[in-house]
Design a protein around this ligand. Sequence first.
Ligand SMILES: [Zn+2]
Ligand SMILES: [Zn+2]
Length: 289
Amino acid sequence: MSSHNSSGPLALGPPGQLLLQPLWDQVRARAALAQSPPFAVLFSITAYLGCCLPFVLLDLLCPRVRALRRYKVHPDCGPSARQLLGCLGRTVCQHVALLLPASLLHCARGPAPWPREAPELLQLARHVLGCLLLFDAEVFAWHVLHHRVPWLYRTFHKLHHQHAASFALATQYMGAWELLSLGFFHVLNVVLLQCHPLSVLAFHLLNIWLSVEDHSGYDFPWSTHRLVPFGWYGGVAHHDLHHSQFNCNFAPYFTHWDRILGTLRSAPSRHTCKLPLSQRGKKKSEIWP
Ligand SMILES: [Zn+2]
Ligand SMILES: [Zn+2]
């Protein structure tokens, strides 16, 4: 996972490193558990569901709390219990059937030694940002290809578009090929940048949070795209527009690739659900009573 290794005594590092050292020491003390394949899968699904949970609770509250609807991208739409359970079931199955074997395969050559030193704070930030930018570019290329080639779209990506007004648990509603592709890009980037394991962990958590936020259907004043200046970051309304219009906003997070290639489309922060009623009770989101 990382090229970092150290066997010498732990020297007094720079302030950024000292800041993270206690945290890293805590993680290192549990290295055997943390590097076991079942734990990796359990951690991944717990982190994902933990990120989804606040939005699922909001979805359950929204029909009864009118004030919450002002933050919905589609104020009149929300997932049904059947849709939520369907997404949850698929996520659990894929973690067990795909990620567990992949994790076992990865660990078959033995756990990689972990460095004693924590990364510097700036180094961690650089690695996480670098991984995010690389991941954004790779997913953009993958995504454009899977929309431009009809066979690829029908076979691999159409499933993710079944929820036109997306919700948090629909984030990982995708086929095996799409999930494995995203997982491959994720691992490739941390290897390319030779990230410290703590940077890998930070990137993993941030990547899950940002992808869930993209699909959450909620546009809050503190949403990531409102915190990043100059429209560099797309966010929930941006990705929601991709889900409803298909031919724009292919990058998952940042806007530069869509801007350069002419596929960027700005979205109104909120709009009413225009899905046909007949579709809402099936694969598309339902309208609340
Ligand atoms: Zn999506
Ligand atoms: Zn798409």
